[in-house]
Design a protein around this ligand. Structure first.
Ligand SMILES: Cc1cc2nc3c(=O)[nH]c(=O)nc-3n(C[C@H](O)[C@H](O)[C@H](O)COP(=O)(O)OP(=O)(O)OC[C@H]3O[C@@H](n4cnc5c(N)ncnc54)[C@H](O)[C@@H]3O)c2cc1C
Length: 415
């Protein structure tokens, strides 16, 4: 990435959001709705990414409801998941039952993330003050003394300087903006990575089991209509070893664990069809600089455990708009006001990451180490399976998270 080239144009906005993922697109929508002049920069030409986390939890569905977007949103093709069942060393277990929740939308909606992001983009077109610039990559920060005053970005038409009172980094776990601002993350660590691939699904293939754990192996399968999305969990650093064993050995392991994939696995023809997703858990102690705020994965990368990262990113966006939209009407709030977002969101992030680390250390690490002895179902999982009323607790944590956010930022009067 280079910032040596000189800009051929300059644009001035109140707020520049870098990154059109769940955090950036939701925040763009909320600030546009509040009448704030905001631009969202997304480096890709579209939202079509092989993997971006496709789970929309009840907390996000409630936000969509509060924004009056839910009816249109739920018309998009999706699958609904209420009961999460697993096989732990062959023993059936129930991990969570969302039907026990007192929430308007007691299910997880599985929807390709590009559909979710495209939906927000289309819904946001009604706001004259919101612009989404695709194929536009922030490559450096503009500084005015100690203050971040916008970004320099690469576009298909050359370099542009986007001067902004406030820059918000929503550019994900490898955030360029964070790095350029000299903000650092504290790594918490994860013992695993994920191999991500698709296997064809026939219309009559159904199965309620979505998680399978065996000595040395773990796999999740999601029914995505015409295919099974598979996440095969490996110990961190073992990708090369898996490749060295060969594709057939991997596919044999997969089918042994999930016989339902027997015919569809033929879709995986080479290791090119198997993507490595590197798992990280980290967070920043400081989310701000004068003129700059980081949210979503840019401030705290989440483990895939629980599939909550997209929803936390959305919750960060809602909190940011709640706390700052009014104050941004007249310029950039002082850094102490920007830091209110960290003060509000740090507790839910820390609690969620703590729970993810417990699952990683107590369940996933143990399973991945493998042994010839039969796998023992952890006590907590046995209790949850045996006592159905307990299934509401993991369901609540998964569905609504810790301290769910609700939309309080105002909508500007229609023009
Ligand atoms: C293996 C794995 C599985 C996961 N599974 C799930 C799941 O099932 N459900 C779930 O909720 N979460 C899941 N997560 C977590 C989830 O993907 C993230 O927490 C979530 O996407 C964070 O959203 P975000 O908007 O902060 O960042 P991102 O989704 O990373 O979006 C950042 C955006 O910024 C853009 N960008 C980056 N740099 C620049 C730049 N310089 N200029 C302009 N644009 C830029 C990127 O193209 C991207 O669109 C998983 C994570 C992993 C690793």
């Amino acid at each position: 990435m280079t910032s040596d080239q000189q800009p051929n144009r300059t644009k001035k906005v109140r707020c520049c959001i870098v990154g059109g993922g769940p955090a950036g697109m939701m925040l763009g929508y909320l600030l546009g709705r509040a009448g704030i002049e905001v631009v969202v920069l997304e480096k890709h030409a579209d939202f079509f990414r092989d993997f971006r986390g496709d789970t929309v939890h009840p907390s996000t569905l409630e936000v969509m409801d509060e924004l009056g977007l839910i009816d249109g949103f739920l018309k998009l093709p999706h699958q609904r998941l209420q009961k999460m069942d697993g096989l732990f060393g062959g023993t059936p277990v129930r991990i969570a039952d969302l039907s026990r929740l007192h929430t308007k939308y007691p299910f997880i909606a599985f929807m390709p993330q590009w559909d979710f992001l495209n939906f927000l983009r289309e819904a946001g077109r009604r706001f004259a003050s919101l612009e989404v610039m695709m194929s536009t990559e922030a490559v450096d920060l503009i500084r005015r003394g100690e203050t971040i005053a916008g970004v320099r970005a690469k576009t298909p038409d050359g370099i542009i300087d986007i001067e902004a009172d406030l820059t918000i980094a929503c550019d994900g776990r490898h955030s360029t903006v964070r790095e350029r601002a000299g903000l650092v993350v504290e790594e918490i660590g994860a013992p695993m990575d994920v191999l991500w691939f698709r296997a064809g699904r026939k219309a009559d293939e159904t199965e309620s089991v979505f998680a399978r754990v065996e000595p040395g192996k773990m796999m999740i399968t999601f029914d995505r209509g015409d295919y099974w999305q598979c996440a095969y969990v490996i110990a961190k650093g073992q990708h090369e070893a898996v490749k060295a064993r060969g594709l057939q050995a991997l596919l044999d392991d997969v089918v042994r664990m999930a016989p339902i994939l027997r015919s569809g696995i033929a879709d995986v023809k080479s290791f090119d069809d198997v993507k490595l997703l590197t798992v990280a858990i980290n967070r920043m102690a400081r989310w701000t600089r004068p003129g700059l705020l980081c949210i979503g994965d840019a401030a705290h990368a989440m483990s895939p455990v629980g599939g909550v990262g997209v929803n936390l990113a959305v919750q960060d966006a809602v909190a940011t708009a709640n706390l700052l939209a009014d104050k941004m009407q007249h310029g950039c709030p002082p850094e102490s006001d920007l830091d209110a977002v960290r003060r509000r969101r740090e507790f839910p992030v820390k609690m969620t990451q703590r729970m993810q680390v417990i699952v990683q250390n107590k369940i996933i690490s143990g399973a991945l180490q493998g042994s010839d002895r039969p796998l023992k179902v952890p006590l907590i999982v046995r209790l949850i399976t045996a006592l159905p009323w307990l299934q509401g607790i993991p369901a609540r944590l998964l569905a609504l998270g810790v301290r769910p956010e609700h939309v309080h930022s105002k909508a500007a009067p229609a023009a």
